[in-house]
Write a protein that binds this ligand. Sequence first.
Ligand code: 16G
Ligand code: MG
Length: 540
Amino acid sequence: MAAASPATLNEVVIKHRSSLHPRPDVTFAYGTAGFRTSADLLDSVIFRVGLLAALRSKKLGGKVIGVMVTASHNPEKDNGVKLVDPMGEMLHSSWEAYATQLANALSAEALIAALQQIILAAEIDLTVPATVVYGHDTRPSCPGLVKALEDGLESIGVKGIAAGLVTTPQLHYLVRCYNTQGTKEAYGEATLEGYYQKLAAAYTTLAKGRHLLPALTIDCANGVGAPALKAFSSVISHDILPLIITRDDTTTRGALNSECGADYVKTKQQAPPGTTLVPYQRYCSYDGDADRIVYYYADDKGVFHLLDGDKIAGLVAGFIMDLVKEAGLELEVGVVQTAYANGASTEYLTNKVPTTCVPTGVKHLHHAAESYPIGVYFEANGHGTVLFSPTALSTIASHPTPSPALANLQAVTEVINQTVGDALSDMLLVETVLLHRKWGPGEWDAAYTDLPNRLVKVFVKDRYAFSTEDAERKVVTPEGLQAGVEAIVGKTEKGRSFVRPSGTEDCVRVYAEAATRELADGESTFSRRRALNEAKQAND
Ligand code: 16G
Ligand code: MG
């Protein structure tokens, strides 16, 4: 057991160390993706995140807290940081304001005062020893920022466990493993080796004896997914999982997320330049921190088809429902989506399973998925996973009648990273379903046809002038905007459109879909102009 820490903050040390990490003249906000901005502005923020992570661990009785330094799909010059709570979930939203408060304290004295306020407000016992595990992606700015984090941890008397270069979902996995080891909820061995072995064992169970599919080509966004995938492929037989790893250059400056990766493919609706799509072969793209994945393929006419998070949700939910039934279990499967889910996917899913729509951001989806015995959640952009409730897990584990379906279901609970969306683990799940169904991408895609859609960014003076309700499907302010959107949508076949302020960029996003490409484009152009006009009025 670690020795108890002193009951008070060492203010001299914190002030001194803080002066080595001066705060730039910028206002920071802990948003959906934690703090994320240009890397050269983040040194002070990350130092202070070290302090906050230590307090969070103390508050939770010494549970291990995670800190991940990454800016996901953002350009290489950016960076970011987010905290991970004990079961591997996102930082509880009640603490986001504390993070913002610390990041914005104007001086070393103000920082101490903010810390004291948080200690008081959250009733934190400083004598509780804290543990923080931290990791980072491949950005060149990471080593310096990790140093700032370590300074923060040291100045509050916490040593920290360095996980090194990891994908975001690996860090989430490690946090959960540390906090559950030795309990009946033990999640796995708290090492990267443990992570790879767990996934490899589960996938081998699911794949063995099946007819192999042709190799899958993976675009790793020139990010941390590349070394992770290579490490994984070295522990699993190539006969079980033939892979072609591309965009794995993590050393050339500027390569990360540049014209590749899940965000590029989803936004541009095209494969990374230079990729020759062999008809009906499977391709997928990870994002820069490997917590998102999209699949795609070309048909025999060379037309590109995207298999995004919605398609993955449909594929996976159907498969799990079938396994549950075949195993003779009664466990409800539910699906959680956001307003971005294509209307065709929502129609397809609601005819099969209970579905819920929640605001954008993993924490909302994760939370809603927890209310189902088996909750499948995916954002259209490829963030997602499957959660099995403790009751579902014990029902599966204790079912008296063994069957192949039961064994497969059990392995599915192991192959999926239940802490957060995980490109590598999601990929294994998709591959599993395709193997079992004997499907290529064309058969998978046949479930429904996406409605043509457009997503545009609108730069406005004040995105905070925009507020929404009904899981972001209705814009409340600026007043009158929703009525304008509805007037047009009402006249459009299969029309749907919404306007929401971005949580990660200084802009407003406008989504529109309709029965035809022409209609969808027309609507989004209209909505964008309209949003712009309204925004201007709101800001005048
Ligand atoms: C963040 C969210 C992601 C969401 C995106 C929306 C997490 C871990 N990530 O990246 O889920 O889709 O923000 O961005 O929650 P936006 O608010 O700028 O549209
Ligand atoms: Mg990401």
